[in-house]
Design a protein around this ligand. Structure first.
Ligand SMILES: *Cc1c(COP(=O)(O)O)cnc(C)c1O
Length: 365
């Protein structure tokens, strides 16, 4: 019995993508943190990443980390979004490390870790131009000075995140600034900075083209592992699978209808009034999936099929494809935004295929 809609997730391909990236980056002295946030903390995908050699796992939501812990995923896990003050206790309970940019939060983590009689590691995020999270470089030494005096907190490293909010490209200039700050921290406080986490999948182009990766020794990778592309231009990465995850939806209506609506046009369900060109009668099919489950703009339909529109629960396409009959299934490629929404929709079944490569099971046994 096949459920629809469903994501077909090929764990063998995810493992291949992960291993390829881990090996290429190891050649540059860089470890990989496998980022699971787009998978709702899927233990299957986490496991595939771990078998393929990621150093540790990172997720932006403590709920996902808790879910992986209770599914017995055994790995070092980091919360890669700055913790909420209100979740400090859960963070020190379930995450080994967190990425931080507010002293107030780190003080609270220190307090909660003390109550539980454990230590919590932190990576300090530095603002290097993208204007998302991060301490301003001029404030870094003061922050480090205070953190080094906090009980139950270990300063593990420095990190930065680019190409997210503003699309600032990682380059020799901002990456060498991160290296410089790591060296300055070490020299100022006579400590060693173990992790210098340079960024996400948007850093890959820089890593493979730069002569100067400097102190950067870690990247946090999600999209490149899952979708096989880098994220500055969304180019496929050589040797990686771009179809490890596909979406299948089922047709619930298929009829020849006019291409233009009849009657006075006002707002649709989402408050917009889409312009529709008249191209005569077309075969229109409705699939049982909607914007509650996917980002319509992030779907790539099969050859010969065109996406017309969508609503909360419907996706409308026109197709010359045989699968457009009622009960038929249609397969779509997804971008990150569509993947994220489908993965986190309770209405989309996750169907795992392809067993994990057994040779790697033996390797870690
Ligand atoms: C999401 C995220 C990542 C991973 O980004 P990808 O583009 O999926 O590789 C890395 N670091 C942080 C802080 C993130 O929020």
């Amino acid at each position: 019995m096949m459920f629809a809609p469903r994501l077909e997730i090929d764990l063998g391909k995810i493992q291949h993508n992960t291993r390829t990236l881990v090996e290429r980056l190891a050649g540059r002295g860089i470890s990989v943190t496998g980022v699971t946030k787009a998978t709702l903390g899927s233990p299957e995908i986490a496991h595939a990443m771990l078998l393929a050699g990621v150093n540790d796992l990172g997720d932006s939501r403590i709920e996902n980390i808790e879910a992986m812990r209770s599914s017995n995923v055994s790995a070092r896990m980091s919360l890669i979004r700055s913790p909420m003050l209100s979740q400090a206790k859960r963070v020190v309970t379930s995450a080994d490390m967190s990425f931080n940019s507010e002293l107030e939060v780190i003080r609270r983590l220190s307090l909660e870790a003390g109550k539980l009689d454990r230590t919590h590691a932190v990576v300090l995020m530095v603002e290097l131009g993208d204007l998302r999270e991060g301490i301003m470089p001029v404030d870094l030494m003061a922050a480090v000075s205070e953190i080094l005096n906090l009980p139950n907190i270990i300063l593990k490293g420095l990190g930065t995140n680019l190409a997210c909010r503003s699309g600032v490209s990682p380059d020799d200039a901002n990456m060498s600034e991160l290296s410089r700050l790591a060296a300055l921290t070490e020299a100022t406080f006579d400590i060693s900075i173990e992790i210098v986490s340079g960024g996400n999948s948007a850093n890959l182009e820089w890593v493979f083209s730069s002569e100067h990766t400097g102190r950067v020794n870690n990247l946090r990778l999600g999209e490149s592992i899952l979708l096989g592309c880098e994220t500055l231009h969304r180019n496929a990465i050589d040797g990686l699978h771009t179809d490890a995850i596909t979406l299948i939806a089922e047709v619930i209506e298929s009829k020849v209808k006019p291409s233009r609506p009849t009657g006075e046009l006002v707002q649709n369900a989402f408050g917009t009034c889409p312009a529709v060109a008249d191209r005569g009668a077309i075969t229109q099919s409705i699939l049982a999936i909607g914007v509650q489950d996917i980002d319509l703009c992030g779907l790539q339909p099969p050859e010969g099929t065109e996406i017309l529109s969508g609503s909360s629960d419907h996706l409308l396409v026109t197709s010359s494809f045989d699968g457009a009959a009622v009960g038929g299934e249609m397969k779509f490629q997804l971008n990150y935004s569509a993947l994220l929404r489908a993965m986190t929709s309770p209405f989309v079944t996750k169907s795992f295929k392809s067993a994990i490569d057994v040779s790697s099971l033996r390797q870690i046994a």
